[in-house]
Structure formats: C-alpha cells, structure tokens
Design a protein around this ligand. Sequence first.
Ligand SMILES: Nc1ncnc2c1ncn2[C@@H]1O[C@H](COP(=O)(O)OP(=O)(O)OP(=O)(O)O)[C@@H](O)[C@H]1O
Length: 263
Amino acid sequence: MPESSNPIIQFDHATFGFPGVIALQDISLSICMGEFVGVIGPNGSGKTTLCRAVLGLMAPLTGHLRIFDCACGELRCHHRAQIGYLPQKGVVDRNFPVTVLETVMMGRYGTLGLLRQTTKRDQAIALDALAHVGMDVHRDTALGHLSGGQQQRVFIARALAQQPKVLLLDEPTTGLDITTQHNVIELVAHLHKELGLTVLLITHDINMIRPHVDRLVLLKTRLFAAGPPADVLKPDILRQVYGKELVITEKDLVIVEDYHHHH
Ligand SMILES: Nc1ncnc2c1ncn2[C@@H]1O[C@H](COP(=O)(O)OP(=O)(O)OP(=O)(O)O)[C@@H](O)[C@H]1O
C-alpha cells in the first residue's frame, strides 16, 4: 500500500464527552499520511474536543480511536512528540523574558525527555524550523516584542522543531488581521507541501482554508460531512448545520452571519 493511503489517525464510531455532555458522537473518520484536513463547525460543535482526542488527552467513551496505530491509552511520549500542536493563541506578555529561539527550543524537550541537555543539533533543528517560517532573523528578539502574526509563526516553528508527522492547529488565525490570517494559512499550506506534513487545522473560516485543504470535516456533535471542499460546502448540507445563520453569496462565499455574537 502506498504510504499516502496509510491512515495515521482513525476514529471508529467514537463518542467523546464530559459528565452530562456528549461533545462528539459516533465519529468515524480516517486521516491519512500527508493529508491536509480542515475541521469546521459552529460554536460548541466539538472541534476542540476532536483536537484533544487526537492529542491523546481524551479517550472515547464508546468506540475506538487509534493514532499511529496505538489506542489512546497506549500513547507514549514519543508518539505525542510526533504531533506538533499549535494551541489557541493566548496573549503573550510583552515583558515575558524569553527569546524567539528559546521559544522554539521548547519544541525539542518533548522529543528529548525531561532533564536531557539540548545539543548543538537541537539548536540547528530549531534554527531550521525558524527558517521555514521566515523568522530566523528574529532569533534573539524577545517574543513579546513581535506582532501577533510573527508570534504565530514562532509557535508554528516550535511545533516544527519537534519534527512532527502531524501538525495540529486550533484556530491559528483568531485575533489576527485579515492579511496576517491569509499569510498564516499560506504558510501552513506551504509547510504541508514542502515538508509533506499531515495537517489538521481547526477553523471558523471556511472561505480562507477552502482553496488549500484536501478535505473538509464538518462537525456538529456528529460528523455531518467529510470530503473534498466542493462536496462538503453544499447549501443543503451547510444549512443542516448552520441553519438560518448561513448566507451563501453569489461568489460562493459561505458566511455564517451570527457567528461572532455567540462569543
Ligand atoms: N471541560 C468541559 N466540561 C464540560 N463540557 C465541555 C468541556 N469542554 C467542552 N465541553 C462541551 O462539549 C461540547 C463541544 O465543545 P468544544 O469545545 O469541543 O466545541 P468547539 O467546536 O471547539 O467550540 P468553539 O468553536 O466555541 O470553540 C460543548 O457542548 C461544550 O460545552
């Protein structure tokens, strides 16, 4: 079987939840090596839960989830290190005393294990990751002195420094201006192509990722649709998930009208 058809993340009728809440129900989904998958859905549809599941932080209540052919309970540190994770962006304190390079070096610790010294090789890997996101010239700049978009690039480099197989990004464009949002998505698409990474990107912005992804996964507790964007972004499917809030313009832009009011 060619490598590109190997599933590395496999949900099989998996249900996830919290006490009294079903967050994701009966999910069956396989993600293959090298795929770029966008995960979309309204507020509370289970996107972050899917992310936590892939990180091995939540086991299914029923059904199965296998990651790198391990059940969640069997995932070890070195498996987790193969998933480069970009969490939802928090605010970085302007005075937080850490440089760009130090931030990216943190990506090496998961691979090394605690208490092992970093070596010149780790630093070379971190610098290479910085070069991939175009931030190598800022290696000695304080993280808090960068713009929001530059900080996102550094956090992506930190994930790359793990030399992961999978890049998992939870709403990487939130809080950035429109141009910077596009630049971040372009960067992710570029890394996907250049490094052959499997990318799982959670977002609200359907229009922004549509041109780049191989597949979209549309969630609303259940998996409503998964497939190439043209197959998923059909008015009848979207209306089932977004209801009245949905507007589709003449140019096929999908607009979820009420979205920001929920936050
Ligand atoms: N720690 C928790 N305890 C209890 N319920 C939770 C917890 N986290 C999430 N939920 C519930 O699980 C469901 C799915 O939430 P999740 O955060 O995965 O959705 P989401 O699609 O990421 O939402 P958003 O777009 O608003 O970030 C929601 O009903 C939510 O209230």
